[in-house]
Design a protein. Structure first.
Length: 305
């Protein structure tokens, strides 16, 4: 298959830097939220209250240590999981406001090889990431009422984690997340072809954390995503899907359509699922539309009681 051309350098960075790590509804259905608000600005997001205090915890799982950061609270526990190549600091601008508005315990963490967490050799495996998250929550005493907030690649972790632990998860907010319906054989081939230059470039500096994760993800990408295409989300766990207007494929209209179509398909496949469109947003919805993300988390926390 010939590689498709993206329209500019910025779009190419978005595709190569996100799609392979992260990686869906064209015409939004009636279940979608057609809100037309512009990207959140400083004026539209309430001034942040005094910063909430988080406590770091280093937790061992299978011989490697993982850094978890806990902001104490009550009610459902909100777990913020960043996308490919990002660590817990990705959420730093949301934690204080989210804590002030929900009062919930909030947990962020660094996946293996990122932030303060130790690297694990070999290809990136979603089952290992699920095990790491489960071990961390267990060690922290979190046994119920988890709200998973998962951006981009973390959507894959959320899907497997929720399938394996439906009794632990009260709900999820999937923020421009990688979802199973996207990964047809054709789409997998398109992503691999488009990202090969980025993988080749990363191999020139494999010690950089993001490059290391890109390389390890590429090693297992095809079989992992063929399997992921078959995974279903439990009907007992509600989910809100926030899809960006520009998607990770900004500059490739066909792939952007497929990304939106996958999000819409995921929502139609089960009960208690809602589709929300982040108008004007790039793939970095938590940065472009933080107020929207916080609002949808608030709704999920309230529904969980």
């Amino acid at each position: 298959m010939a590689r498709f051309r993206l329209t500019d350098r910025r779009a190419h960075r978005a595709m190569s830097g996100i799609a392979l790590l992260a990686l869906a509804a064209g015409a939004l259905t009636a279940c979608g939220d057609e809100r037309a608000a512009p990207p959140d600005s400083a004026a539209s997001v309430p001034a942040a209250p005094q910063a909430a205090t988080s406590t770091p915890h280093l937790i061992d799982n299978g011989g490697h240590r993982l850094a978890f950061h806990v902001t104490e609270g009550r009610g459902p526990t909100v777990v913020l999981d960043a996308g490919g190549g990002e660590d817990s600091s990705y959420w730093k601008d949301l934690v204080t406001e989210l804590h002030a508005r929900t009062g919930s315990e909030i947990i962020t963490y660094d996946r293996a090889g990122l932030g303060r967490s130790e690297k694990v050799a070999g290809p990136w495996k979603v089952e290992n990431a699920v095990s790491d998250l489960r071990a961390g929550l267990r060690e922290l005493g979190v046994t119920e009422d988890v709200i998973l907030v998962s951006h981009s690649q973390a959507g894959e972790i959320a899907t497997y984690f929720t399938k394996e632990n439906p009794e632990l998860v009260s709900g999820s907010v999937l923020v421009d997340a990688s979802l199973p319906p996207l990964y047809t054989d054709d789409q997998i081939a398109r992503v691999v072809a488009a990202n090969q230059p980025a993988v080749d470039a990363a191999k020139k500096d494999p010690s950089a954390p993001r490059n290391s994760q890109l390389i390890s993800t590429a090693e297992s990408y095809v079989p992992m995503h063929r399997a992921y295409h078959q995974v279903s989300w439990p009907d007992t766990v509600p989910a809100t899907v926030i899809v960006s207007e520009k998607t990770p494929f900004d500059g490739s209209p066909e792939d952007a359509r497929r990304w939106r179509d996958a999000a819409s398909s995921f929502v139609r496949q089960g009960p208690d699922r809602t589709l929300v469109t982040a108008r004007g947003s790039s793939h970095d919805v938590p940065k472009d539309r933080p107020g929207l993300v916080i609002e949808e988390i608030e709704k999920m926390v309230a529904a969980a009681g």
